[in-house]
Structure formats: structure tokens, C-alpha cells
Ligand binder design. Structure first.
Ligand SMILES: [Mg+2]
Length: 242
């Protein structure tokens, strides 16, 4: 029986890269609007070069960019950050069907958790911006264990807080080496978020199940067994005539 489902956050629940691209676009436009003399393309490339050096969560990307090109007027930094923040709120969207699927899982008595490598503040901001925070009883972010997936600690902490065993739990994620391998090593079921990944369609994820949309999960949990089985529409109709 499945009692809990753990979700990776970025590119599993929310389309993180789409949001990041929209935010960088907006920040570059805003800096050009206040006088940045550089092509949109060149500025964008420089910003992504900084991200690839310091990591995609790097919070001082615009400080570094402006330092690099010797633009010290604080208006440029303020324009970039302000545009980035406004755009983030609008563009951090759940994948189609995510909220409906989470509701269906809750109806079945399944506990939901997030296990993310993102810093705690950023993980919570994305959950709240996407309107998903209300669905999760447990959120394990980087600072909670100080360990990244596939280390066992983040998975173990989430299961301990939800009072479930690995054999009662499914891990959903878009990163085979971190999300799938880490969970599988502990004996959890694994489901690969194929819809959120950039990896080649033909490449094996190593997961027990493949999800082409999150909603595919419902049939899987119903098959494995859930705490509160949901009666099918057809059962209802039959009962009406009894
Ligand atoms: Mg991910």
C-alpha cells in the first residue's frame, strides 16, 4: 500500500527553467530600458555564464554581471531585481494537472512531501508562488539536512516526518541520478517525471514507473493500493439502481 508520495520540486512540480528564462529576459529588458548599452543577446549570455559558474540558484547574479561590465549605478541593479521578482511571481506555474493530481492523492489518504535540493527560502517561495504550499505536510529543503540528493538523509527525513516506510512511499523526480537513484537505494518506489526532463526520450531513467504527465500517477497508486480507495464513477451509478 502507498501511504506517502515525495516530490522533487523544480521541473517536477513547477516548470523552473521556463520561469528562469522569463525572469532573465525581463531583467535584461529592464536594464536596457534604464540605459544598459549592450545587446539583449550578449547580456543574456553573460548572465547565464555566471549562473553556470555559481549555480542556477545564485542570488547575486546581477551584482556580478554589473560588476563585470563596470556599471556601478544602483539603478541598473534595482531595475534587474525588480523585474526579476515581478516576473517570477507570474511565471512560477505548476505543470498542467498538478493541482488536480495532488487533490486526488489527498482524497486517497496519501501524505504528500517535497524533497528538494533548493535552498529553503527559494523552495518555499516557489511553492507559495505556484499555489502549491497548501498541499504538502512536509518540505525538506537543502538546509534541513545539509545534504543533496542522492544522499539518503533528505529522503529519510521526509519519511520520518510523515511516519512512513520506504516500501509505502513513491519518489517522483526529473533527475535520474539524484531523484531516482537516491530513492531506489533506500527501497522506495520511483516514478520518473518524463514531462519535466530535458534528457533524451530513449535514455532509461532507471525508475519503476514513467510519468508522461503527473496525472499518470493516479492509476499507479490505485494499482499499488491506497489508504482510502476511491470508488469509480461506474460503481456509483450502479448503486443508484440498487
Ligand atoms: Mg528537479
Amino acid at each position: 500500500m502507498i501511504k506517502a508520495i515525495l516530490f522533487d520540486l523544480d521541473n517536477t512540480l513547477v516548470d523552473f527553467m521556463q520561469m528562469k528564462h522569463a525572469c532573465v529576459e525581463a531583467a535584461v529588458t529592464a536594464m536596457r530600458d534604464v540605459g544598459l548599452k549592450m545587446s539583449h543577446q550578449e547580456a543574456t549570455q553573460k548572465i547565464y555564464a555566471i549562473y553556470s559558474k555559481h549555480g542556477i540558484e545564485y542570488q547575486e547574479v546581477f551584482d556580478r554581471f554589473l560588476e563585470e561590465i563596470h556599471l556601478s549605478h544602483p539603478r541598473f541593479l534595482a531595475a534587474a531585481i525588480s523585474a526579476y521578482r515581478k516576473t517570477r511571481t507570474l511565471h512560477i506555474n505548476p505543470y498542467p494537472g498538478v493541482k488536480e493530481t495532488l487533490l486526488e492523492l489527498i482524497k486517497r489518504g496519501i501524505e504528500l512531501g517535497v524533497v528538494s535540493d533548493a535552498p529553503r527560502k527559494q523552495a518555499w517561495l516557489r511553492l507559495v508562488d505556484a499555489g502549491l504550499d497548501i498541499f504538502f505536510n512536509v518540505v525538506v529543503a537543502f538546509e534541513d539536512t545539509g545534504k543533496l540528493k542522492p544522499n539518503p538523509e533528505p529522503f529519510l527525513m521526509a519519511m520520518e516526518k510523515l511516519h512512513v516506510l520506504p516500501t509505502e512511499t513513491i519518489m517522483i523526480g526529473d533527475w535520474p541520478e539524484r531523484d531516482m537513484r537516491g530513492a531506489k537505494a533506500l527501497g522506495l518506489y520511483t516514478a520518473f517525471a518524463r514531462y519535466g526532463t530535458l534528457i533524451d526520450e530513449t535514455k532509461l531513467s532507471g525508475a519503476d514507473f514513467e510519468l508522461y504527465r503527473l496525472n499518470d500517477l493516479i492509476a499507479i497508486v490505485d494499482h499499488l493500493g491506497v489508504p482510502v480507495p476511491i470508488r469509480k464513477e461506474s460503481d456509483h451509478q450502479m448503486n443508484l439502481f440498487e
